[in-house]
Write a protein that binds this ligand. Structure first.
Ligand code: AGP
Length: 608
């Protein structure tokens, strides 16, 4: 989950590197650094956000027409300058930037130190610079790098520069994304194509096990086994919608407020109201296989996983198909029973989450039909699955997912209708009912956003809370989990999401007047049961914040009530999550935290 950028060509490298880092700050912002080939390797690093590096660079005038840069999310070693990339070997012959994890770095470090190397950081990545330097004694260029990497267990997106090989960058990929941008007499390297689209749309996506030497003149490719891969230059056609805050204080708030439009974008061209059907062109080529599948396994992490839990209810209710939802980080270590009649659906906003990617690869190894529900066009999940559907939610910059999560629920609803109609397990009448209700959701969200002061008032009363529970049942249980994650992520309150029914199996022991609970209790098929849970909480002195469609039914049990519009039970999560996103955002602001760049987090988790 770090951001890498490299340049080799005729222009001054530094501005290109800093601009590329800024475009990838979402991938990590613990520290940043650059290294240029300017009569030797010249390195500048800074802890913290990229503006700290910019400040440091403004005090120097660095030349050079080739260089590498890195913005870090710390995996090993505290986020300080000494641990910032690029890393150098002892003699300053080799500079590297790395995204990934060297799992056997302790053994390698011991061997290197025993051989006389002095390592100056606490990171795993630094060992790569020293391994390559060692191999330079008996080889050079790509061969030295290949030999060094053969000793490594783990993942890498790696860019290397040699002091004695000017105007050439060396790259290698295993498990962490890297793309080569092809220009005229110049080349770019990036973790994410969006960081270089301003310069070129012609790119070479590296695959695992591939290396390349990239110079002004061209690209020389090699596999780890020394064979030569056949690669095409691909034309990236999608736009990187320049995410702007639209005058809002934070991206998170802007992205919450634009959700009515996001639903319209996610459904545009995908609802045929005349034919009363969902139209998903991305699934057309696999529609025959979708008729034959006998179950779906949904894999994802974090909010994407919680979206999958809502998807489970949707697919079972609307498509009549068995569904399991698995944490991607667990799925890939099990021995999942998968057949050719299993569809594995990966949900991922970034499309680069390492655990989700590995889960898809495991599914492919077992010949499942693999599908992707992805927001970032051209991302690894999108390219490695058999078919899929894009969210079209636009770039989500806030680290805490809001609009992408809502778009995932929206597209899962369409996928459930699509599958139900394809397999003739969903009546036209029910499909029409859901599609008509979905059409109303953007206006209903607008209504909630207009009343967002009811959330601010609650935050004023609860700004000092240190713990809270979020509770829901059936379709609202995953929203309870997601709401707790939002609260944890941006306000650092210890929030837990529970299914209402689980309370009496232990968690209710936590309840007293200092322990508030937020209960998602729209008037749905399980409302009475949820209200009983609220009475159990009240009986123990617990304070309750209710999110409901009918205040009269619960106001006697609660300290605070947030009223939301009513819709079909299967669509109610699209509405109940909105005030929960606002609650987390407002709580972060009230506690003087930056909701866009929460501590210890990054937008895309590309390490396992
Ligand atoms: C959500 O607010 C978090 N930022 C995080 O849990 C995120 O949902 C998770 O890392 C999955 O990311 P992805 O959707 O890009 O795969």
């Amino acid at each position: 989950m770090c951001g890498i950028i490299g340049y080799v060509g005729k222009k001054r490298a530094l501005p290109i590197l800093v601009e590329g880092l800024t475009a990838m700050e979402y991938r990590g912002y613990d520290s940043a650094g650059v290294c240029l080939q300017d009569s030797g390797l010249v390195r500048v690093r800074a802890s913290g956000k990229i503006e700290n590096l910019r400040e440091r660079l403004s005090q120097q005038s660095l030349g050079g027409t080739s260089g590498i840069a890195h913005t870090r999310w710390a995996t090993h070693g505290i986020p300080d300058e000494a641990n910032a990339h690029p890393h150098l070997d002892c003699e300053g012959q080799v500079a590297i930037v790395h995204n990934g994890i060297v799992e056997n770095y302790r053994e390698l470090r011991e061997e290197l130190e025993a051989a006389g190397h002095t390592l100056t950081s606490q990171t795993d990545s630094e060992v790569l610079a020293h391994l390559i330097e060692t191999e330079l004694q008996t080889s050079s260029g790509l061969t030295a790098i290949r030999r060094a990497l053969k000793q490594v267990r783990g993942t890498y997106g790696l860019v290397v520069m040699f002091k004695d090989v000017p105007q050439t960058l060396f790259v290698a990929r295993m498990g962490s994304p890297l793309v080569i941008g092809v220009g005229r007499q110049e080349h770019y390297i990036a973790s994410d194509p969006s960081a270089i689209l301003v310069h070129t749309r012609d790119v070479i996506f590296l695959d695992d096990g591939e290396l390349a030497a990239v110079s002004v003149e061209g690209v020389t490719l090699m596999n780890l086994d020394q064979s030569v891969p056949k690669k095409q230059v691909e034309r990236v056609t999608w736009e990187v919608a320049t995410a702007k805050k639209n005058g809002e204080a934070h991206f998170m708030l802007k992205e919450i407020l634009e959700q009515p439009e996001v639903i319209e974008n996610s459904t545009r061209g995908r609802i045929d109201m005349i034919g009363t059907r969902a139209v998903l062109g991305g699934l057309r080529d696999v529609s025959d296989s979708l008729k034959e599948i006998d179950r779906i396994i949904i894999v994802g992490c974090g909010s994407a996983y919680y979206a999958g839990l809502v998807g489970e209810y949707l697919f079972e209710e609307l498509a009549g198909i068995p569904v399991e939802v698995e944490l991607a980080s667990e799925f890939r270590y099990r021995k999942p029973i998968i057949s050719t009649r299993t569809a594995v659906l990966a949900i991922s906003q970034s499309g680069e989450t390492a655990d989700t990617l590995e889960a898809i690869r495991e599914a492919k190894r077992k010949h499942a039909l693999t599908l992707g529900l992805v927001n970032v066009v051209g991302s690894s999940v999108a390219r490695e699955t058999d078919a899929g559907v894009y969210n079209h939610a636009g770039p989500e910059v806030g680290v805490a997912s809001t609009k992408a999560f809502l778009s995932q629920l929206t597209v899962l609803t369409l996928m459930s209708i699509y599958l139900g109609q394809l397999r003739r397990s969903l009546s036209q009448q029910k499909a029409g009912e859901v599609l008509a209700a979905l059409y109303e959701i953007p206006n209903q969200i607008q209504e909630i956003l207009r009343e967002r002061s009811q959330v601010s008032a609650i935050v004023d009363r609860h700004r000092n809370m240190t713990n809270c529970l979020f509770l829901g049942r059936k379709y609202q249980a995953p929203i309870a989990y997601e709401s707790a994650l939002k609260m944890k992520e941006v306000s650092y309150v210890h929030a837990e999401g529970y299914s209402c029914g689980e309370m009496k199996h232990g968690p209710i022991a936590l309840i007293d007047k200092s322990f508030p609970s937020v209960v998602l209790c729209p008037e749905d098929s399980v409302f009475e049961k949820t209200r009983s849970n609220m009475e159990e909480l009240q009986a123990r002195g617990g304070s309750i914040i209710a999110v409901t469609t009918n205040a009269q039914l619960v106001s006697h049990l609660c300290e605070d009530v947030i009223v939301i519009p009513e819709t079909l039970e299967c669509l109610q999560p699209l509405l109940s999550v909105i005030p929960m996103q606002l609650l987390a955002y407002e709580m972060a602001i009230a506690r003087n935290f930056d909701p866009d760049r929460p501590r210890n987090l990054a937008k895309s988790v590309t390490v396992e």
